[in-house]
Design a protein around this ligand. Sequence first.
Ligand code: HEM
Length: 189
Amino acid sequence: MPIRQLLRAQTREPHERLERVALLAELASGDITLPRYLRYLERMHAFHAAVDNALLTHLPLAYGLARLNQGARLAFDLHALGASAMPAPQPLRRAADLLASSPAAVWGVLYVLEGARLGSQVLLRRNAANVAVCRAHAFIEGEGARTGSYWRDFCLLLEAGAALDDQQALPAAANRTFSLLGDWLEDSP
Ligand code: HEM
């Protein structure tokens, strides 16, 4: 089975769980309020600050640093809405550091971060008429019309890069990443 299919099959449940997290469900409804949208951006920014930082020194050579661009987009949206980014708290940083425990695990984490861009396109369309989201949506817009080809490029990197790694470690790391994000977003009152 191609690695991407393996990951897709073994992360279906955590993905569905994540979609039910309140902040994401509100965003998916198209009716999220400005304060809740701000909360979502703040939490996602802290999550990326922690996870991107954990990945930095472990990135596969083939995976360009420029692809870790979602944190900068979140900072841009927060700034556009007059909010400031909150630093990632220590427990979140520690948990993120544990994700990148092996080369295979790093690919599992990257799969989740890259796949999130696909879901964001759905969120962007559902919020086309949402005043709060229309004010600042650099993060969920992401690569925009290029998202499909951007994702296919990543899948090629994944298949080539992770082929020789321990393939059981990939879905385990992806699942831990989904859980970390789900818990972190749930933790938000
Ligand atoms: C309510 C929020 C979300 C919705 C509605 C959603 C929806 C979707 C949809 C429709 C796809 C398939 C797209 C396609 O095949 O073209 C997808 C794929 C994916 N999403 Fe989400 N998503 C959401 C949030 C997230 C988040 C927050 C993450 C990770 C942090 C994530 C990770 C992934 C991954 C890894 C895939 C790729 C699955 C594959 O291998 O095909 N999603 N999402």
